[in-house]
Design a protein around this ligand. Sequence first.
Ligand SMILES: Nc1nc2c(ncn2[C@@H]2O[C@H](COP(=O)(O)OP(=O)(O)OP(=O)(O)O)[C@@H](O)[C@H]2O)c(=O)[nH]1
Ligand SMILES: [Mg+2]
Length: 344
Amino acid sequence: MWFVLVFALLAVLLVMAGTMRIVRRRRAGLGHTRVYPAAPEHPAPQRHAEAPPEAGPSGGAFHGGGLGSTLKGLFHGGATETTWHELEELLLRADVGPKAASDMVHRVRADHPTGGDVIDTVRAEILSILGPDRPLTLDGRLSVILVVGVNGSGKTTTIGKLAKRLVSEGRIVSVAAADTFRAAAGEQLEIWARVAGAQLIAQDRGADPGAVAFDAVKASEARGVDVLIVDTAGRLHTKQPLMDELSKIERVIKKAGAAVDETFLVLDAQTGQNGIAQARAFTDAVTITGVVLTKTDGSAKGGIVLAVREELGVPVRFVGVGERPDDLRPFDAGVFADRLLSSG
Ligand SMILES: Nc1nc2c(ncn2[C@@H]2O[C@H](COP(=O)(O)OP(=O)(O)OP(=O)(O)O)[C@@H](O)[C@H]2O)c(=O)[nH]1
Ligand SMILES: [Mg+2]
């Protein structure tokens, strides 16, 4: 009889100990989260350090030849219905997108009914479509940047480059591996965190991405981090449950007490108008504040920048110009317009 009592007592004690552990973990809000400090080879980040000299804004992007000489040639002998049609075709071929192309032809036609030097008008139209540049502004508290996009668009690479840029400006940066789906996604982000001098916040593969994001906010707050960048798994825009998961991550970050300051949609510039169509679904799931156009060092046509603005209604904020850590540039509309309208 006595051993039944002892056994029952032991069982009760075990259950109590287990419950207390779970409660403690919940209170700490840290689940199975692991935080990897910034790599030791990087000097401790200094806040408010001088920003490094800026590599040319938008430099390196879209070096595939400008529209300048073609435009000049087109209107050399005056303008006819055919010339206006050809102008629209030219813009569409440059990935400008149907709405921006039609608006531009309209404006150029009104300004130059008989043809002539149209470059200045086209440039003014480009700048008016793009609106003012929106550089990244981060305030004193923890800023959160959520990064989304289809598979392979360049999210993780962009996060690595952005983290490096922010660390070199003197900010304390953490990156959260909320892509718990793809094998080796965490390891890829870990390598980038090391390159950037950022802290990595991760859980095991298969963990709930929302829980990773929640814990990342809590851990970043506790460690005095300035900027938290959240990586997410690539997803097809047609898979509604995966799009809902993104909305959930956004909600959970807010629930953890932080605001989502920026949500960047990473778009492969080489996918052209197709990419724009895919991207639209993301603007329904989360509040996109900017697009990062990657792979602009390839054969991508510059007009995609205008299509993004017109068709998705969001500005391009950064451009990816290669695979190396420094290959990310803030977008500059003036430089971009000059590049697109250059003579070759
Ligand atoms: N040339 C070039 N390659 C890039 C650029 N950005 C990313 N890449 C390459 O694109 C490939 C995919 O990049 P990732 O960062 O893994 O893309 P991802 O969106 O995180 O992919 P998933 O997580 O699988 O959805 C890698 O080989 C990158 O090196 C860029 O600006 N230029
Ligand atoms: Mg990735």
